[in-house]
Design a protein around this ligand. Structure first.
Ligand code: F6P
Length: 193
């Protein structure tokens, strides 16, 4: 069997404040999830002696993985969708300061590229090496960000890439992808925190 485990980082200070992007630390609740994740891995991941943990270069994913005693790999390509000039703003602030952009994103969330930043399409392009590498692995836990996970999830679930921006990837949930020859079986395990 081949499993890919997906998790967003625990709740960050920016999540609490409704701000996008940035490189914030985990909130108290986020740290709780990080500790809980260790128990969840022990409970739900069989053969975890060969598990690898992949994170982005951002603090919140590394903090989330910090209690997991497995080999780790940090990938720049797993960093969150770059919101360019809108990084660090709330959606309300974006609507106020960049009204044209807010509407353009609403019209086409997949193609919309933040000024000086990225689109979902751009993220899918930079994720190609990660996906290739994941195709060769048997047991990897990927701790990364909402937009990035939506793209990885859509790929393994055989969902059209244009639909990636609407995949539901909640916080504090471990997603198990059981990769079969012709389909993927998904199980979602919500953390009890
Ligand atoms: O709010 C958390 C976050 O990861 C942001 O950093 C990112 O811009 C956003 O989610 C992506 O979600 P959406 O594409 O729905 O704005």
């Amino acid at each position: 069997p081949r499993y890919i485990w997906l998790s967003r980082h625990g709740e960050s200070q920016y999540n609490l404040e409704g701000k996008i992007g940035g490189d914030a630390d985990l909130s108290e609740r986020g740290w709780k999830y990080a500790r809980k994740l260790k128990d969840m891995v022990n409970e739900y991941i069989p053969n975890n002696e060969n598990l690898q943990v992949w994170t982005s270069t951002l603090t919140r994913t590394q903090q989330t993985g910090s209690f997991l005693p497995y080999p780790k790999k940090t990938w720049k390509a797993l960093d969150e969708l770059d919101a360019g000039s809108c990084d660090g703003l709330t959606y309300d602030e974006i609507a106020e300061q960049f009204p044209g952009d807010f509407k353009a994103r609403d019209d086409n969330k997949f193609e919309y590229r933040y000024p000086g930043g990225e689109s979902y399409r751009d993220v899918i392009t930079r994720l190609e090496p990660i996906i290739m590498e994941l195709e060769n692995q048997e047991n990897v836990l990927v701790i990364t960000h909402q937009a990035v996970l939506r793209c990885i999830y859509a790929y393994f679930m055989n969902v059209h890439q244009e639909d990636s921006p609407w995949m539901s990837i909640p916080l504090h949930t471990l997603i198990k992808l059981d990769i079969r020859a012709y389909d993927t079986i998904v199980t979602r395990i919500k953390a009890d925190i």
